[in-house]
Design a binder for this molecule. Structure first.
Ligand code: MRU
Length: 364
């Protein structure tokens, strides 16, 4: 997508053919910084400390991490060690393990001397595939927005609420939840987006609002607690969120607070959609609440807020008393029964084993 007049992906191979450049998302929306990841340790830090974040982008970054590892030492032992090292960086987003598995299965049968070049090629393909998956999600989600615009909001904007950042910054391009929004805008369908700020790290306020601003999509930033009130008053026509892991039964794990939005949507008959590429489906897990590991991040993310100070510097300020402990579960699980539909690259599935199997019969 665009930053100013220039088109960017969130990740790309550096001109040296070995390192990887990323947009360092810690500084947005205040500063646009690109950094180069040269080593596996750089890649691990970038994922763990959320220089890159969002399930699909985490996966692509890890794939490039394997490529860097193969350029260092293409042995099986090193491949396995780096698989373990990167897999531990963030526990919830399944795209991480999906990409690591895809890379290892592809590289294992190859002779060691061919692995580095093949790994960079495969990582690049995984990145391009992500763009295509999101484009297809966008086209499928656009049909839903078009339908709501025609039947419920003729001549008026369709109001869409989203949580966290499932935008182009969370993927290689387009985003998952935002792809239908960008496509609707391109198609001339008026939309307006309510952006949940998404405490504690404020991915909505810092990233989604920045993206939508950059593409001229009308939007309003709201506090996380405003969604229920807006839905009660008919201000929200649909919700679209992303996901870090969706189970074979259609339960959706996503950024903390998603579940509360789904409850409010259900109580107010607001359609609640989840946009996801198939690498986000964990076919080995059935019950999301019981089986998905929820990342517990540092309480400092709750006790402090980052922003731009009066002198222009990016600063962190404490919002709670010294000594008050804080807890920080980073994700929650929305049960399938609260979800209207799963917007995938192959179409829209009901959030159920039958719905997912109908779209992905090879998984039956
Ligand atoms: O902790 P984050 O910022 O990595 O969490 C991201 C989300 O929860 C996104 O909504 C999710 O990864 C879907 S992104 C297409």
């Amino acid at each position: 997508m665009k930053v100013g007049e220039k088109h960017y992906h969130t990740i790309w191979l550096n001109a040296d053919g070995r390192s990887v450049d990323i947009i360092d998302q810690r500084w947005l929306p205040h500063e646009f910084r690109i950094v180069t990841l040269k080593t596996v340790a750089d890649v691990a830090v970038a994922i763990r400390d959320m220089w890159v974040r969002g399930a699909p982008l985490i996966g692509v970054t890890a794939a490039y991490g394997i490529a860097i590892a193969m350029a260092d030492d293409p042995s099986d032992r090193h491949l396995d060690a780096v698989w373990e090292e990167l897999n531990e960086t963030r526990p919830t987003a399944i795209n991480l393990r999906w990409a690591l598995d895809a890379m290892r299965q592809f590289l294992r049968p190859l002779p060691a001397e061919d692995r580095a070049e093949a790994a960079y090629r495969r990582a690049g393909e995984i990145a391009e595939e992500d763009v295509e998956l999101n484009r297809a999600i966008g086209a499928n989600g656009l049909k839903i927005i078009r339908e709501i615009a025609a039947t419920k909001k003729p001549g008026e904007p369709v109001n869409i609420l989203t949580h966290c950042n499932a935008g182009w910054l969370a993927t290689v391009d387009y985003g998952t939840a935002t792809a239908p929004i960008y496509m609707a805008t391109e198609a001339g369908i008026p939309v307006h987006v309510y952006v949940d700020e998404t405490r504690p790290r404020n991915q909505g306020a810092q990233l989604t609002a920045w993206e939508l601003n950059g593409h001229g999509v009308p939007h309003t930033l709201i506090v996380d607690n405003a969604g229920g009130h807006l839905m009660q008053h008919g201000a929200v026509d649909m919700v679209i969120v992303g996901t870090d892991r969706t189970t074979a039964n259609g339960d959706v794990c996503n950024k903390i607070g998603t579940y509360l939005k789904a409850l409010a949507a259900s109580d107010n008959d607001v359609p609640f959609y989840v946009a996801l590429p198939s690498p986000t489906i964990d076919w080995t897990v059935k019950d999301g609440v019981k089986e998905i590991p929820i990342e517990e991040r540092t309480g400092d993310e709750v006790s402090f807020v980052q922003g731009r100070g009066p002198d222009g510097a990016i600063i962190s300020v404490r919002v709670s008393p010294e000594g008050s402990p804080s807890a920080n579960p980073a994700f929650d699980v929305t049960p399938a029964r609260l979800i209207t539909g799963l917007i995938t690259e192959r179409g829209v599935a009901t959030a159920s084993p039958q719905g997912l199997k109908a779209l992905f019969p090879e998984r039956s």
